[in-house]
Design a binder for this molecule. Structure first.
Ligand code: PLP
Length: 387
């Protein structure tokens, strides 16, 4: 049965071109890229092509890219390196809506004695830039603020934020895991010091990522060992995945246009259709500044988990901000930080599209959702009260 996959902010399918490029490096080309012999050397050269492809996607120079095991490692590395490069500074600034890769790492640093400011957001998920400006002090080592939010799709004004943070002599890192490949990102235009990317959000395999480190920025490796990645990240390279990631970056460059036209159109049609056919539904997030592939909708008086289970019967994949389905015991920290009422958090569903989605996918969701919501509301004690 066909799967209608609308959970692309969680992960994406591996593109056929990516898989094809990887296969030889899982069989005949198994040399170690650090070896002296030609057999290993050819693998090394292929990794350098992947580095050029990754750099081209964000308009960086290849020497400014290191490959990592995932977006989480890139995030942890950026923060740790910043703290180590200015050891007398003990303050971190981040936001309440970061991915756990930044949020929980910052909390762990707080337990080690660092002071951490978690900036709040308003009801539509926007940051108060004055609050950011007021929180910067002489002891601030790093500000780590995400480019785009994985749950709401909100895009933060990273150009403005980064320019201000750096004008105060503070290092700036952005988690661009959800932004890169969906909207144009150019580090030549953005004054960021470091930026995280992840492969599996752009049709590469899981378990590979990259960290952009601007030339001249002081850097301390997080994973220490051999001399790989010019001494910036030890460990024998995940060769096939890095090569796949490079190809995915090249594809992503070409996909951005389609995501901002055709896919944005599908997302808008889905959103409009659901809002007009399902009463008491409301969009969470900043409508004007959102990723073109994402919509997060709260359906009042129903459980998001129940909606997902019913969608699952039609092989439709989405995700919810309520507990359990999001893999955690707590309902979405992002929607809570935005002040979304508890009942609306519990009824929230995120649909996130990719270039592989079609009109038929959206038609199916629009056909089945009104019935699912009506039926669940009839079963729900809140639903009966609301009638
Ligand atoms: N940052 C953001 C915004 C994400 O959405 C994710 C993954 O969901 C990550 C970081 C972590 O990336 P990875 O799964 O590659 O560790």
């Amino acid at each position: 049965m066909r799967v209608v996959y609308l959970d692309n902010n969680a992960t994406t399918r591996i593109a056929d071109e990516v898989k094809e490029a990887m296969l030889p490096y899982l069989s005949e080309y198994y040399g170690n890229p650090s070896s002296m012999h030609t057999f290993g050397g050819q693998v090394h050269r292929r990794i350098e092509i992947a580095r050029e492809q990754a750099a081209a996607l964000i308009n960086a120079d290849p020497e400014e890219i290191i490959f990592t095991s995932c977006g989480t490692e890139s995030d942890n590395t950026a923060i740790m390196s910043s703290l180590e490069s200015v050891p007398h500074k003990k303050h971190i600034i981040t936001t309440r809506v970061e991915h756990p890769a930044v949020l929980n790492f910052s909390k762990a640093m707080a337990r080690k004695g660092y002071r951490v400011t978690f900036l709040p957001v308003n009801r539509s998920g926007k940051l108060d830039l004055d609050e950011l400006k007021n929180s910067l002090t002489d002891s601030t080592a790093i500000a780590s603020i995400m480019f785009a939010n994985n749950e709401s799709g909100n895009i933060f004004p990273i150009d403005e934020i980064a320019a201000f943070v750096r004008s105060k002599g503070v290092l700036f890192h952005t988690d661009a895991v959800q932004a890169v490949g969906k909207i144009p990102v150019s580090v030549k235009e953005l004054p960021v010091d470091m930026m995280s990317i992840s492969g599996h959000k752009i049709h590469a395999p899981k378990g590979v990522g990259a960290l952009y480190i601007r030339r001249g920025v002081r850097f301390s490796p997080y994973i220490i060992g051999g001399h790989q990645e010019k001494g910036k990240r030890a460990g024998t390279e995940n060769v096939a995945s890095i090569i796949g990631f490079g190809v995915a970056c090249e594809l992503a460059k070409n996909h951005i246009q389609a995501i901002n036209t055709r896919i944005r159109g599908l997302r808008d049609r889905l959103e409009k259709g659901l809002l007009s056919t399902c009463p008491d539904a409301r969009i969470n997030g900043d409508i004007e500044n959102r990723l073109p592939n994402t919509t997060n909708i709260s359906f009042e008086y129903v459980e998001g988990e129940a909606i997902l289970l019913r969608l699952n019967e039609y092989n439709i994949c989405a995700s919810s901000g309520s507990a359990c389905t999001s893999g955690s015991l707590e309902p979405s920290h992002v929607l809570r930080a935005m002040g979304v009422p508890f009942t609306a958090i519990h009824g929230s569903v995120r649909f996130s599209l990719s270039v592989y989605n079609t009109d038929e996918d959206i038609d199916l969701v629009l056909n089945v959702m009104p019935g699912i919501i009506k039926e669940l509301r009839e079963l729900s004690p809140y639903g009966r009260e609301s009638k």
